[in-house]
Design a binder for this molecule. Structure first.
Ligand SMILES: Nc1ncnc2c1ncn2[C@@H]1O[C@H](COP(=O)(O)OP(=O)(O)O)[C@@H](O)[C@H]1O
Ligand SMILES: CC(=O)OP(=O)(O)O
Ligand SMILES: [Mg+2]
Length: 391
C-alpha cells in the first residue's frame, strides 16, 4: 500500500485549488489545502490551510496565470518541507478516447491537445499546469483524473443528442462533468446512498445530475461544460437556432461565438456584469432588477431540472446542494426548493441559514442536504489506487 504524499491540482474556471494528501489510519486525508483566486486580475490571493482548516499562510498576490499561482504554491509547500511524490490533476474532459483516470504519458498529452474544443476554457489551462508540474517536480508521476469518467454509466437515452448516428459515433454526445465532485459526495454517504438522488453542483461552473443507486443516469452538461443550466459566464442550453442566427444573420465568427457563450453569457449577461453570487445577491438586495432577474433565471432553471430528473428517476429521495454556491448560499437553496413542495421538499430555515448538513426537517419525506464538494480528496483516492496498482 503506497503512502506517498500526493499533490492534487484542481483547476477550475474561476480558481485553482490544491491539496497535499496522505493516507492516515487507512483513510486518505488532506494535510494541507490551498486556493488561489483572482487569477488574471490585479487582486489575487493565495491561501494555505492545514488539515484542520487553520490558515497557515495567506497573501494578496496577483498572478497572471494558474501556472504562476501553482509555482508560488509549490514554493510555499517546499518551505514547509512538503514534497509530493505523485501529482493528481483534475482534467475536465478527456474527449471520446480518454474515459478513465490514468497516468499522464506523452500519448495522453497528445490526446488532450487533440480535444481542446471539447472544453476550451478548461483543457488549455490543464495542459499548462501539467507542463508546469513537470518542471517543478520532474521526479514525480503525474495522473489525470477526468470529470467525465464518472458519467460512463449514462444510458444511451441520456447520452444521445437527436442527431445522426455518425456524429454520435465520432464522439458528439453528452459526456457530463463535475464527476469527481459527485463521486466525492457519494463517498460521504458511506455506503448508504439514497436510491433516487439529485445533486446540484453550483459553483462558477454548475451542473445537476440524476443518480440511480449512485450511478449517473442523466446530467445537464453535454458535449462541453458550456451546456445545461446557466452559469457565472456560460449560457447553458440554448435553442440551436440562436447559434445559426449569430453565424448567419450577425456574421459572428466561431471564435466570437465561443467567447460569447463561455465568457460573457449566463449570470454576468443577465445581471449586466455580476458573475459572483455574493455580489449578485448584494445587488439584488439593493433593488437591482437585473441582478434579481439573473438569480431568478438561475434558480428556476435548477428547479425545472429537479422536476424533470424526478420524472427520470420515478420519484425522489434526496436533493444535495454542493459547490461554492450550493454550500454557502441559503438564498439560492431556498429559492430552488420554493415550488418543489409537491415533491415533498421542505426547508428548515434555521438549518438552511446555518448551512447545516441536513436542511429539511428530519420527518420530511424528501431529504434536502448540503454536502462539501471534496474533489481534491476524490482525486487523491483515485491516484492512490493507481499507485497501488502499479506497485
Ligand atoms: N457565502 C457565499 N454566498 C453565496 N455564494 C458564495 C459564497 N461563497 C462562495 N460563493 C460563490 O461560489 C462561487 C464559486 O464556487 P466554486 O465552487 O468555488 O467555484 P469553481 O467552479 O471555480 O470551483 C462564486 O459564485 C461565489 O460567489
Ligand atoms: C466542468 C466545470 O464547469 O468546471 P468548473 O466548475 O470548475 O468550471
Ligand atoms: Mg469547481
Amino acid at each position: 500500500m503506497s503512502n506517498e504524499s500526493i499533490l492534487v491540482v484542481n483547476s477550475g474556471s474561476s480558481s485553482l485549488k490544491f491539496g497535499l494528501c496522505r493516507k492516515v489510519n487507512d483513510t486518505e486525508q488532506l494535510v494541507l489545502e490551498g486556493l488561489a483566486d483572482g487569477i488574471g486580475g490585479g487582486q489575487g490571493k493565495l491561501l494555505l490551510k492545514d488539515g484542520g482548516g487553520q490558515v497557515v499562510r495567506s497573501e494578496c498576490l496577483s498572478f497572471s496565470s494558474q501556472g504562476d499561482a501553482l509555482q508560488t504554491a509549490a514554493q510555499w509547500l517546499n518551505e514547509l518541507q512538503a514534497k509530493p511524490q505523485a501529482i493528481g490533476h483534475r482534467v475536465v474532459h478527456g474527449g471520446p478516447l480518454l474515459t478513465s483516470h490514468q497516468r499522464i504519458t506523452p500519448a495522453v498529452l497528445a490526446q488532450l491537445r487533440a480535444c481542446l474544443h471539447f472544453a476550451p476554457i478548461h483543457i488549455p489551462i490543464g495542459l499548462e499546469l501539467i507542463e508546469r508540474v513537470e518542471r517543478i517536480y520532474p521526479e514525480a508521476s503525474q495522473f489525470a483524473c477526468f470529470d467525465t469518467a464518472f458519467h460512463r454509466s449514462l444510458p444511451e437515452v441520456a447520452a444521445r443528442f437527436a442527431l445522426p448516428s455518425d456524429l454520435f459515433d465520432e464522439g458528439v454526445r453528452r459526456y457530463g462533468f463535475h464527476g469527481l465532485s459527485y463521486e466525492s459526495i457519494i463517498h460521504q454517504w458511506n455506503g448508504s446512498v439514497p436510491s433516487r438522488m439529485i445533486i446540484a453542483h453550483l459553483g462558477n461552473g454548475a451542473s445537476v445530475v440524476a443518480l440511480k443507486d449512485g450511478l449517473s443516469v442523466d446530467t445537464t452538461m453535454g458535449l462541453t461544460p458550456t451546456g445545461g443550466i446557466p452559469m457565472a459566464t456560460r449560457s447553458g442550453d440554448l435553442d440551436p437556432g440562436v447559434i445559426l442566427y449569430l453565424l448567419q444573420a450577425k456574421q459572428l465568427s466561431a471564435r466570437s461565438i465561443e467567447t460569447l457563450l463561455n465568457n460573457t453569457s449566463g449570470l454576468t449577461a443577465l445581471s449586466q456584469g455580476r458573475r459572483d453570487m455574493r455580489e449578485l445577491q448584494a445587488a439584488a438586495d439593493a433593488g437591482d432588477h437585473h441582478a434579481q432577474l439573473a438569480l431568478d433565471v438561475f434558480c428556476t432553471s435548477i428547479r425545472k431540472t429537479i422536476g424533470a430528473y424526478t420524472a427520470v428517476l420515478g420519484g425522489l429521495d434526496a436533493i444535495v446542494f454542493t459547490g461554492g454556491i450550493g454550500e454557502h448560499s441559503p438564498r439560492v437553496r431556498r429559492k430552488v426548493c420554493n415550488g418543489l413542495e409537491f415533491l415533498g421538499a421542505r426547508i428548515d430555515e434555521p438549518a438552511n441559514l446555518r448551512n447545516d448538513k441536513r436542511i429539511s426537517p428530519e420527518e420530511a419525506r424528501l431529504g434536502v442536504f448540503v454536502f462539501e464538494s471534496q474533489e481534491e480528496l476524490q482525486i487523491a483516492r483515485h491516484c492512490r489506487s493507481m499507485l497501488d496498482d502499479a506497485a
